[in-house]
Design a protein around this ligand. Structure first.
Ligand SMILES: [Zn+2]
Ligand SMILES: [Zn+2]
Length: 113
């Protein structure tokens, strides 16, 4: 699996707390969702663990996830992650941009990082 395709990879200025890192792709969550059992993942990471014809379970503790309404977009969590300050990945190559993730949001979706 290539984590770069799912989560967000930046050099974080503010430290990510453990819960803000997706346990599947191991980087900052993108479009975080929270399951009924209280675990959070990137939406696409969670969906990626579901298999056709198999009961949906939480990848963390194998708790069943109902087909409809078993998880929801955690907007407040997403806002927290997006308010973290990051540095440009190219900072080693002379780009000294630093800003909140939220200011990058439009770009992120376009680039599908
Ligand atoms: Zn993820
Ligand atoms: Zn769980």
């Amino acid at each position: 699996m290539n984590p770069g395709l799912v989560g967000m990879i930046f050099v974080f200025v503010d430290e990510l707390s453990t819960g803000q890192t997706c346990s599947i792709c191991l980087v900052a969550m993108r479009n975080p969702v929270q399951t009924m059992c209280g675990h959070r993942f990137c939406e696409s990471c969670l969906l990626g663990t579901f298999r056709e014809g198999h009961a949906q379970v939480c990848p963390q503790d194998r708790n069943p996830i109902p087909e409809d309404g078993g998880f929801f977009r955690d907007v407040a969590w997403e806002r927290d992650i997006l308010s973290l300050r990051v540095k440009c990945k190219k900072s080693g190559r002379g780009c000294d941009w630093t800003g909140q993730l939220t200011s990058l949001r439009g770009t992120l979706y376009l680039m599908r990082i």
